[in-house]
Design a binder for this molecule. Structure first.
Ligand SMILES: NC(=O)c1ccc[n+]([C@@H]2O[C@H](COP(=O)([O-])OP(=O)(O)OC[C@H]3O[C@@H](n4cnc5c(N)ncnc54)[C@H](O)[C@@H]3O)[C@@H](O)[C@H]2O)c1
Length: 353
């Protein structure tokens, strides 16, 4: 009989290994490859089990579980969103996730997903923009210059062809940090003094701010014809970034309507307001942008299928690079029903040691 594989051991990608993986692959190549996997999964959207994420709200933030499955693999992400955290020296968003084998239910991968979420969110935004923004888009306003911002900038450079960035954040030190981190990466970066200044001449506007309340990062007069808006920071009930009038002038594209109606910018609209599903654009079933003057809006909230794609991509990469460690995660006795016997054998071993 072939030796039984160590099924108790699950590959674990730590933050350190994730950083090495991203740097080894190259940040832009990583974003491009991840974008391709997201597109592949969006094209087979109907194969996935879908449900709005399970959210536990508190006055300070939210903790969410995001599950999905394609019938062969099952994935979920644990993620939080606490806009006040940075004041205490903590991240606004942290995450980890698991990919499992549906046939046995055994996990195949456990990984950090704080860095991976920033990468997948940026890749998703840029994929949407590639289908929705004007093809001659070269300038992007990036409003909100926190943890997600540089990832957004590089994804739009690699995937959409953005060359010029106009930064604005309520906290000027955040914009300065973002500009410094991006220096030498092939983007022309300008720090602006207001959101109004940042959107001047922008083909694409990305809003990626963090506030627990309804905010108006963009007012109606700031958005001209032909603009593509990538609204990333409004992703919870009561947490939006755009003035309602902008929504009424825009063609709105969403990930999964039942979740976006609860969490996205469109929570400001009636439950029947027409929206289009991004997967249908990616699968070639419906048109994305229809004219040069149309305002397109990707009302991003982040959906489980994107995390599934990210988990799938990382699993394929660590097989080659070895950038993981074995975690003794599963109790898996040789005789499956002898779980208690395994405990007794452990006791014997410990006493003998
Ligand atoms: N849609 C998605 O898939 C997705 C994924 C990840 C994060 N997010 C959301 O993106 C947002 C940003 O996340 P982060 O990790 O970068 O947070 P962060 O706290 O690191 O950065 C947020 C930045 O926004 C700035 N800001 C707040 N209010 C502002 C305003 N009115 N005008 C300009 N700047 C303002 C803050 O000063 C801060 O620098 C959060 O709301 C988070 O929940 C969405």
């Amino acid at each position: 009989m072939a030796p039984r594989p160590n099924l108790n051991i699950v590959p674990f990608v730590s933050v350190e290994h994730m950083m090495q993986l991203v740097l080894d692959v190259g940040i832009e190549t990583f974003l491009l490859e991840l974008a391709a996997v997201i597109e592949e999964d969006f094209r087979r959207w109907e194969a996935f089990d879908k449900t709005p994420r399970v959210a536990a709200h508190s006055p300070d933030g939210v903790i969410e579980l995001m599950p999905t499955s394609d019938g062969q693999l099952y994935g979920f992400k644990y993620v939080n969103g606490h806009p006040k955290n940075t004041r205490d020296g903590l991240q606004t968003v942290t995450a980890f996730g698991i990919l499992s084998d549906v046939a046995s239910g055994y996990p195949l991968l456990l990984t950090e997903m704080t860095i991976l979420t920033a990468l997948r969110t940026a890749a998703m935004s840029a994929v949407a923009a590639r289908h929705l923004a004007r093809t001659d888009s070269r300038t992007m306003a990036l409003i909100g210059n926190g943890a997600q911002s540089e990832f957004q900038a590089l994804a739009f450079k690699a995937i959409v062809g953005i060359e010029n960035l106009r930064l604005y954040d309520l906290d000027p030190t955040a914009s300065e940090r973002c500009a410094r981190n991006l220096s030498g990466m092939g983007l022309s970066v300008k720090v602006c003094r207001s959101s109004q200044g940042a959107v001047e001449g922008a083909d694409v506007i990305t809003t990626v701010t963090a506030d627990k309340q309804y905010a108006t990062i963009l007012s109606d007069n700031m958005v001209g014809p032909g603009t593509h808006i990538n609204a990333v920071g409004g992703d919870c009930p009561g947490k939006t970034e755009l003035h309602r009038d902008i929504l009424l002038r825009s063609e709105i594209f969403v990930e999964y309507p039942p979740q976006t109606r609860i969490e996205g910018e469109i929570q400001q609209l009636g439950p029947d307001h027409p929206v289009k599903e991004l997967w249908e654009v990616i699968a070639g079933r419906i048109e994305g942008r229809r004219s040069e003057r149309e305002i397109t809006l990707f009302d991003s909230v982040g959906f489980a299928v994107e995390d599934f794609s990210a988990l799938r991509y990382v699993r394929s990469k660590i097989g080659v690079t070895g950038l993981h460690q074995g975690l003794d995660l599963l109790a898996d006795p040789d005789e499956p029903r002898d779980l208690f016997g395994m405990l007794l054998r452990c006791e014997k071993r410990l006493k003998a040691a």
